[in-house]
Design a protein around this ligand. Structure first.
Ligand code: BG6
Length: 474
């Protein structure tokens, strides 16, 4: 299919602070929840230790050392022609413990330098305010997002970064994959569930706190700079019915509603009825304060950012449903029509077109694909080249479907930032060998390697894609 993307389309790539920066113990940074995550594997869950335990390898402490190499890295991204670069701000660099009144100037200076470096190459920073980390002290002292006090700490953080970077950053997102709190509560909200606790009540209460924090941040951001574009960010686990049995269709709808609930609140500014009824039926009591409904209404987002990697299926047949397939955060049924990645993620490029149409029909506000990509094992050849044709293939098909959604279906799409544009630490497994990047980083799962950067074959391919505004996908 021929055709270009609209003028000003934001081509770029995405990363998160805790998966690239390293710089643990530098610049006054405090310990974050990501800093207590151990290394895992496809069949070994990451653990979250109680504080830093000596002798354990924590992948985030060095990551790919972007903290010291950001100039070299941003230059490489600029060579690909990036129009934008999505990263996050490590909350614990700005407020090492999270509850201080005064921010850490050294941390602020680091992001000044990163954003200046981007702007030097006309790359727009796209900033996730909270991407799977928070100061660890907020967990031990306050119980993390269980506690309503977190809202004030988060807003203080937002105020500082909005004011500081108001002339450097225009695009923001409040919480990465906010719906993941329902599946992985520690990574998303610093919550370790105790045995005997009413799991859903704890989680949905914490989600309510994040909704209020997000809405307040949107209102505050717009007050500080009316040009800010502040979005939500949803993990989009597209779920199909296994068959046309109405029971399967209903199950698939219900599975999607559990995710839409999060974007509904952030886009429409109110709890959807299906969720209120779910709470009622399951005796889930969410404590809300007077004025919360108004806060949600006043703080609706400007766009919907979302991640899309795969699709799942729902089936009323117990044997076919279940959790045979999935990714790092969500699981569901396997689809016999799809192939999977080496990590078992079901590859579905057409699903991206469906996702774009579903989200645009539902909300009618601009969308932004802020994550998409293939985690794969790469091999460095003797001549230093990396022939990652499988990655090119994955991205080409996804971009083709994205193009159809924009050109044929009329979906309003702001941009596309494939995940892990430079190799980084996997969030789900803590591995290095699960690579997404256009740029290879020499480091292995145990933390060994020179950290040298190499351009993969996909680097040159993506450069052409951007230069032709999506016309040349060959
Ligand atoms: C998303 C996260 O869930 O998927 C990223 O926002 C993460 O932080 C990405 O890295 C890919 O997942 P993984 O587990 O392969 O790193």
């Amino acid at each position: 299919m021929t055709g270009k993307f609209p003028e000003g389309f934001l081509w770029g790539g995405a990363v998160a602070a805790n998966q690239i920066e390293g710089g643990f113990g530098f610049g006054g940074k405090g310990i974050s929840t990501a800093d207590v995550a151990t290394a895992g594997a496809v069949d070994k869950k990451r653990e979250y230790t109680d504080g830093i335990v000596e002798g354990i390898y924590y992948p985030s402490h060095e990551a790919i050392d972007f903290y010291h190499r950001y100039k070299e890295d941003i230059k490489l991204l600029s060579e690909m022609g990036f129009k934008c670069f999505r990263t996050s701000i490590a909350w614990s660099r700005i407020f090492p413990k999270g509850d201080e009144a005064v921010p850490n100037e050294e941390g602020l200076q680091f992001y000044d330098a990163v954003f200046d470096e981007c702007l030097k190459y006309n790359i727009e920073p796209v900033v996730t305010i909270s991407h799977y980390e928070m100061p660890y002290h907020l967990v031990t002292q306050y119980g993390a997002w269980r506690n309503r006090k977190l809202i004030a700490f988060y807003i203080n953080f937002c105020k500082v970064i909005f004011e500081r970077y108001q002339n450097k950053v225009k695009y923001w997102m409040t919480f990465n994959e906010i719906n993941v709190i329902a599946y992985q509560s520690f990574i998303a909200a610093g919550i370790k569930l105790e045995t005997g606790e009413r799991k859903e009540e704890v989680i949905y209460q914490a989600a309510h706190h994040q909704f209020i924090a997000s809405a307040k941040a949107v209102a505050l951001g717009h007050e500080i700079n009316p040009d800010f574009k502040i979005g939500c960010m949803l993990l989009y686990p597209l779920t199909y019915p296994m068959t046309c049995n109405p029971e399967d269709v209903l199950l698939a709808n219900e599975a999607m509603n559990k995710n839409y609930y999060f974007s509904d609140v952030q886009v429409r500014g109110a709890y959807p009825n299906f969720m209120k009824k779910y709470f009622e039926r399951n005796n889930i009591n969410i404590t809300m304060e007077a004025g919360d409904a108004e806060i949600l209404k006043q703080g609706t987002v400007d766009y919907v950012g979302f991640s899309y990697y795969m699709s799942l299926v729902a089936s009323s047949d117990k044997e076919k449903g279940g959790d045979a397939a999935g990714g790092n955060m969500v699981r569901g049924g396997a689809n016999p029509y799809l192939e999977t990645s080496e990590w078992g993620w079901q590859i579905d490029s057409v699903g991206l077109r469906i996702a774009l149409n579903n989200l645009y029909d539902r909300y009618q506000i601009p969308l932004f694909i802020v994550e998409n990509g293939l985690g794969a094992i790469d091999k460095v050849e003797e001549d230093g080249s990396i022939q990652d044709d499988y990655r090119i293939e994955y991205l080409r098909h996804h971009i083709m479907e994205m193009k159809k959604a924009v050109i044929i279906d009329g979906v309003e799409l702001m941009g596309y930032t494939p995940w892990g544009c430079i190799d980084l630490i996997s969030a789900g497994t803590g591995e290095m060998k699960k690579r997404y990047g256009f740029v290879y980083v020499d480091k292995d799962n145990a933390g060994n390697g020179s950290l040298k950067r190499y351009k993969k074959k996909s680097f040159h391919w993506y450069q052409k894609v951007i230069a032709s505004n999506g016309e040349d996908l060959e």
